[in-house]
Ligand binder design. Structure first.
Ligand SMILES: [Ca+2]
Ligand SMILES: [Ca+2]
Ligand SMILES: [Ca+2]
Ligand SMILES: [Ca+2]
Length: 314
């Protein structure tokens, strides 16, 4: 069993697989799940050891999942035992078409009770600003339901836990709303909330039309070495004004911008966090491009080949 915290996870064609920083390009098939049409694996995250058996667990989103016998396409997120593959929790969305499970996060102990908690976004719906729910890893109960602000802003389309930045001992939470409007339409916004109280700590915004800042978010590790973890945000290419795809890093301590990496079209749509288990990469950023999900009845758009790249922060 490889350490899940060391890697970046993705799901491919019904298989849950893992690549880690020590073996980039290699794939380990852990379990083969059967699912069809529910977009299982659209989001995957290491969840920490939720059930306390010493083996890290997983959370996997299926944002197109049906409620059996109920409202269709509410979406769900399942927490799986890393040891057995058994289901520890199933969380369901509230809205038909709300895409609950579009984004999932795990491994952060928001309420500081010693058990890692889970976060699931429900970003879509008619005139719906989106929500991000933080669930207790102890009993599965909601700790916070964080509301989006902009209608149709897709708040909760991305999320990540962030090591405690406000000093209350609880992990904090990063949430992206990539279709929120800050100064331009769909330029996107990102929010950092206290995992303990649910109060807003930082708010970052995009700058260009359809930039979708916040398509991806992650704990970047302590990039600037001030002792507080920082935030990395991915955004896509924009024409008005012309802005390349970016990964931007913001100080967790005071919210100031620290770094901006640019690349070509869509290169930084997905960003992932630092790689704490690989000392030579501490402070580095991992980005991965493209993932393959369960496509259901529809073909995948284009050639989506899983790939993992590393980019080291100077
Ligand atoms: Ca476990
Ligand atoms: Ca907890
Ligand atoms: Ca905190
Ligand atoms: Ca820092």
């Amino acid at each position: 069993m490889r350490r899940l915290s060391a890697g970046v996870l993705f799901a491919a064609a019904g298989f849950l697989v893992l690549t880690d920083s020590a073996a980039i390009g290699q794939t380990y098939v852990l379990w083969n799940f059967s699912s069809s049409g529910d977009h299982f694996g659209h989001s995957v995250a290491a969840a920490g050891d939720v059930d306390g058996d010493g083996v890290p667990d997983w959370i996997v989103g299926a944002p197109h999942a049906n409620v059996a016998g109920g409202t269709i396409r509410k979406g769900n997120a399942k927490v799986f035992s890393g040891a057995t593959g058994g289901i520890l929790f199933v969380f369901w969305g509230n809205l038909q078409g709300g895409r609950f499970g579009e984004a999932v996060a795990g491994g952060g102990d928001a309420n500081a009770d010693g058990v890692p908690d889970l976060a699931v976004g429900e970003p879509q719906g008619l005139a719906w600003p989106g929500t991000l729910t933080v669930f207790s890893g102890t009993n599965g109960a909601p700790i916070h339901v964080l509301p989006g602000i902009d209608a149709s802003g897709t708040f909760g389309a991305s999320c990540a836990f962030l090591e405690d930045i406000d000093g209350d001992g609880g992990a904090d939470v990063i949430v992206g709303a990539p279709l929120a409007d800050t100064v331009q339409g769909n330029d996107g916004e990102v929010y950092v909330f206290s995992g303990m109280t649910g109060s807003l700590i930082h708010n970052f915004g995009g700058t260009a039309l359809d930039q979708m800042f916040g398509l991806s978010v992650a704990d970047a590790g302590d990039v600037d070495g001030d002792g507080t973890h920082d935030v990395v945000v991915g955004s896509r290419w924009s024409l008005l004004p012309p802005v390349p795809s970016q990964a931007r890093v913001f100080s967790g301590a005071n919210g100031s911008p620290l770094w901006t990496f640019t690349a070509g079209y869509q290169s930084f749509v997905y960003v992932a966090g630092a790689v704490p288990a690989a000392p030579s990469l501490v402070g580095g950023l991992v980005r991965f491009q493209g993932y393959v999900v369960d496509p259901g009845p529809l073909p995948l758009p284009g050639a989506m080949t899983p790939r993992l790249d590393l980019r080291i922060v100077p």
